[in-house]
Design a protein around this ligand. Structure first.
Ligand code: SF4
Ligand code: SF4
Length: 423
């Protein structure tokens, strides 16, 4: 903990005591889950450095941006079109919301039977523990589930919040509603930043974000190889960090890591034996530092080779296909791209089932672990459809419902062990 960091946190009105406890807990946890892995790619050194100073380096960049009048826009969902924020000279930052630490604080206000992701994010603001929240000028929420929708109303009492309406269906009328929402979001961001979104700056933003998407697609493509050249834990971390790192630097670091993995693959090297059981994880987003499920699966000798989730393929698999024919066409291309995200908030959501089956085949998986957070009704209920579809396809499935606590770790370990033995 450097003095510079401490001074910055004080300026951001961080509650220093709980914050210090959080930082102290993170180090040993990262050591056990990440640094103790064998045969890690050298390219993961960058991510170790980022996590090692998780509330330092990047927060400082955001703080410097703020000091010169720049705006920081915080988000919780992959539906918020980050291209528009970049185009207007703002910096979008995906908030973490993946730790048990902030949950008791949230439970002093929110109902306990609310999903961990909602409680964790709310607790970070209420407890003034997260410098990314504190440095942000605006939090952008969305109406993807009832718990979040109502939480954003209360969050609005503590921070500036704007909520985008995400429709529940993909009909022509719903698509028009979403296009209008994206246009309104552009107006909100222009007001916030004082900068106009133009065809030129939006094209640059679209290209930059697409390049990061392509880099992540490249990383995930490498995970299809047997033996797999990178652990699921490391690949998950790369995606998690992409939510808040600078888009150009992030793209460069992912591609550098992929260059190394290419060499590994050419040399036939892998991070796990070629016959290790290959698992696809599908379901709710797995926000940093929630590494619990991946750690359990990989400690049992299997390897996670893909994530069908918003901290996985839903984040990057589709590009914005912009022909560059003016601002309206670009906004429409952005709206179309985001409506292609197959979140369980949609009905029907057959496309997600198709994605899981396709990925299970492409990544040569031995089984799928469907993961959802306790009290997440959309993913929990959609798991019924996932189970039926995978049974028809002959793909083994294990359903896990959990939260961020440790109480059920032993029970999940036993279930994962039994599943791996069975497949
Ligand atoms: S699961 Fe749905 S609501 Fe959650 S981040 Fe993904 S798109 Fe947003
Ligand atoms: S995990 Fe489920 S309940 Fe929690 S915020 Fe996401 S969609 Fe809502």
């Amino acid at each position: 903990m450097t003095n510079d960091n401490v001074q910055m946190w004080e300026k951001l009105d961080i509650d220093m005591k709980p914050h210090a406890m959080l930082m102290t807990a993170l180090g040993p946890m990262y050591q056990e889950i990440y640094l103790a892995q064998e045969n890690r790619p050298e390219g993961m050194g960058f991510y170790d450095m980022v996590v090692g100073d998780i509330h330092g380096i990047r927060v400082r960049e955001l703080h410097e941006h703020s000091k010169t009048g720049g705006k920081v826009v915080a988000t919780y969902c992959v539906f918020v079109p980050e291209e528009i924020v970049w185009a207007a000279g703002g910096i979008p930052v995906g908030l973490c919301a993946g730790t048990q630490f902030s949950i008791p604080i949230a439970e002093s206000v929110l109902p306990r039977n609310t999903c961990a992701l909602i409680k964790s994010s709310f607790g970070f603001k209420l407890g003034r523990i997260c410098p990314y929240v504190q440095v942000s000028d605006l939090i952008v929420g969305e109406t993807t589930c009832d718990g979040k929708k109502k939480m954003f109303e209360i969050l609005g009492l503590h921070h500036q919040v704007y909520v985008m309406e995400v429709p529940n269906k993909k009909t022509p009328a719903s698509r028009q509603l979403w296009l209008d929402e994206v246009n309104d979001f552009k107006d909100v961001i222009e007001d916030l930043t004082g900068n106009k979104v133009t065809a030129e700056n939006l094209k640059e933003a679209i290209d930059n974000v697409n390049r990061r998407r392509q880099a992540l697609k490249r990383l995930y493509h490498l995970r299809k190889v047997r033996p797999v050249p990178i652990s699921g834990k490391d690949a998950l971390l790369v995606t998690q960090v992409s939510f808040y790192d600078d888009v150009k630097r992030n793209t460069e670091m992912i591609n550098k890591l992929c260059d190394e993995l290419d060499q590994r693959v050419k040399a036939g090297g892998g991070v796990a034996p070629a016959d290790a059981k290959r698992i696809l994880v599908s379901g709710s987003p797995i926000a940093i530092p929630n590494w619990k499920l991946h750690h359990i699966i990989e400690s049992a000798g299997a390897v996670v080779v893909g994530e069908e989730s918003c901290t996985g393929t839903r984040f990057f698999s589709d590009l914005v296909e912009s022909s560059g024919d003016g601002l309206d066409a670009q906004i429409k291309a952005i709206a179309d791209r985001y409506m292609n995200i197959h979140c369980a908030c949609f009905t029907p959501n057959e496309e997600r089932l198709d994605d899981i089956v396709r990925m299970a085949k492409e990544y040569q998986v031995d089984g799928v672990v469907h993961y959802h957070l306790q009290f997440c009704h959309t993913y929990a209920t959609e798991a019924v459809q996932v189970e039926k579809r995978l049974e028809e396809e002959g793909i083994p499935l294990l359903r896990i419902e959990t939260d961020y606590g440790d109480e059920d770790t032993g029970q999940i370990k036993n279930r994962v062990d039994a599943f791996l033995e069975m497949i």
